[in-house]
Ligand binder design. Sequence first.
Ligand code: ZN
Length: 317
Amino acid sequence: MGSQAWIAAAFGILLFGCVPASSPHRPTEFSGASALEFTRQLVALGPRDSGTDGAQRAARWIAQRLRELGWQVEMDEFKDISHDVQWTFYNVVAHRRGARRDRILFGAHYDTKRGIPPPFEGANDSGSGVGVLLELARVGANWRWPCDVTLAFFDGEECRVAYGPHDGFHGSRRLAQRAVREGWSRQVRAVIVVDMVGDRDWTPTLPLNAHPAVLTALLEAAQTLGLRDRIRLAQGSILDDHQPFLDAGMPAAVVIDFQYGSRPGANDYWHTPEDRMDKLAPQSLEWTGQLILEAAWKLVGYPKAAHDSTPRSDVDR
Ligand SMILES: [Zn+2]
């Protein structure tokens, strides 16, 4: 180590000494290896194209995992028209009650893009999002949440031809409209959607079509976790499952790594047979899980572990 580096290191230690070494509420229990295993098991079920037996099989499998983890689960079967054909979709929605009646919602789609030849697995798009949310369900089952929490697994994110009012986002539009109709949309403090987050070269983008408070929380969370350098702010919009929630007046954002390819900056694995498990890394899923949890805590306050009965000043803000 050269002298300059040594001085920098010593200065770093001094600075670090001014802040708590670690918070007991940091989302360190979130395991990328476990999230990857959830993803692997989902992918092993086969294609999950909306309107097929494969999608229904995937929805039932997700619902069963959530029930085993102790969440209250609803399988929301509904019909929607796409290109003059009526299709059946399945949203899987899991709830846990928190200390307050406001709510945070995490979402990911589980359907695969239709028409991609084998060996397409939809591992990253969006088996990865499902893996992250199921791992969140596993660790979150042991917390006393500061507010109500909803995990939404959307069907019908992928469009058949081109995104429009009747093509794509069927599941997220369904849940956003239900939130308004059922009167709980006003209680939603944040909707955080994840999609394509397992790429080994983890460089997520935060697009501009997002609520400023949620966007800020995600950026601050990245800073807290030392991940800020990996995250790009997009110059424009990216349409994803958060958009119907924005359209319905709820604060929403998406975390999406839209550089999924054979070299940095490329997206040539997206919607191709190359989207397979061998492209994913547990570290990427772990960073994603920690990022969205840390952002959530910044928005709604920290949870307490079930065994932790010590009152804390940062719990009830
Ligand atoms: Zn896709």
